[in-house]
Ligand binder design. Structure first.
Ligand SMILES: Nc1ncnc2c1ncn2[C@@H]1O[C@H](COP(=O)(O)OS(=O)(=O)O)[C@@H](OP(=O)(O)O)[C@H]1O
Ligand SMILES: [Mg+2]
Ligand SMILES: [Mg+2]
Ligand SMILES: [Mg+2]
Length: 323
């Protein structure tokens, strides 16, 4: 299978969703627009609207979908459901309007359990919801699994600079075809991107989450010090970090959640293929490949390390030393 048509559909729908989410972010009010989920993490009108828009656009009856949100809380909040429905319909002008029921149905297409060989889209509608709420970085992350392997990934990063004059990037990669970056608004042709070739640790920059609850800053600082990295970390929300590393903004990304935390596949699937196709390496904290074929969660792994390839072994040895 060549997947090119799937890639083009994914880029196109992520572009529409990126613009829609940016409009929502501009009018977003934290006090009225946020719900807390069972695990206390936040969810907003944008998370629901992006999931409904992307799954309804991609659904042709042949795919499975694994996506972060469900409609349960939305159904209990009629103002929010109306807001989500209006937001999606305004982003798709000239289409038959989706009803509130259809919006909930589209969101719930994403509840598939995974772990088998079917063609499955994996979506994080808003990765870095806390970044979205802080008016900072967030990412719409869409990947496609075939027999549990990521075959393509698209990252819509509406607030990430493309160059000195343009804000908003879409990163994309298809296995075996390289990685690319294009402005969300299409005002420049796609550019092929490569990880930073630097081998010099004094030029090396590492990236990590903004939220200290998501990753141990203490552990990453120890590893950076063992490696001799002098630059302070570049902290950024979401899989924007994967896009940034893929184009050479930094050389190392480290993520060390608390013991027992199981990563969701939608937090890493799309980003991992973008880095690999840009020439980088992504593994868990002790150098094992990431497995996206076991279900909605990644199992038997702890931490994530992504690098330009050059520093990978050195980072993994330092992780083992610190553990
Ligand atoms: N406790 C804990 N530990 C580790 N990871 C967690 C934790 N809680 C949440 N999450 C997940 O982190 C996702 C956000 O990714 P980042 O941490 O890279 O970005 S951020 O800086 O926190 O925004 C975030 O994704 P979104 O929920 O899509 O924003 C979560 O899936
Ligand atoms: Mg979330
Ligand atoms: Mg996420
Ligand atoms: Mg999310």
């Amino acid at each position: 299978m060549n997947y090119e048509d799937f890639l083009q559909s994914a880029i196109s729908v992520v572009r529409v969703a990126s613009s829609m989410s940016k409009t929502v972010q501009k009018r977003f009010r934290q006090e009225t627009g946020t719900l807390s989920k069972m695990d206390t993490s936040p969810v907003t009108v944008a998370d629901f609207a992006v999931q409904a828009l992307i799954l309804s656009e991609l659904d042709d009856g042949t795919f499975k979908f694994i996506a972060e949100e469900t409609s349960a809380q939305l159904k209990e909040n009629s103002d929010l459901l109306k807001d989500v429905t209006d937001t999606v319909n305004s982003a798709l002008p000239g289409r038959p309007q989706l009803s509130e029921n259809q919006i909930c149905g589209a969101i719930d297409l994403g509840s598939y359990g995974g772990g088998d060989s079917l063609l499955t889209w994996v979506l994080d509608p808003v990765d870095g919801t806390k970044g979205f709420m802080r008016m900072q970085q967030y990412c719409i992350a869409l990947g496609l699994l075939d027999r549990g392997k990521v075959v393509l990934g698209v990252l819509g990063c509406p607030n990430l600079p493309f160059d000195a004059t343009r804000t908003g990037c879409v990163f994309y990669a298809k296995r075996g075809s390289g990685a690319f970056c294009v402005p969300v608004d299409g005002t420049h042709a796609p550019r092929q991107i490569k990880v930073s070739p630097t081998e010099d640790v004094s030029d090396c920059r590492f990236m990590e989450s903004v939220e200290s609850a998501h990753s141990s800053f203490e552990q990453s600082a120890k590893i950076a010090s063992i490696l001799g990295v002098k630059e302070p970390p570049l902290r950024m929300d979401s899989q924007c970090k994967y896009g940034a590393l893929a184009r050479g903004d930094g050389q190392i990304y480290m993520r060390f959640p608390r013991a027992g935390y199981e990563e969701n596949i939608w937090d890493h699937a799309a980003g991992s293929v973008v880095i690999e196709e840009a020439g980088g390496t992504v593994t868990d904290g002790i150098g094992h490949p990431l497995d996206f074929g076991l279900g909605r969660k990644m199992k038997n792994q702890r931490g994530i390390v992504a690098t330009n390839g050059v520093f990978h072994e050195a980072v993994i040895s330092a992780v083992k030393e610190v553990l």
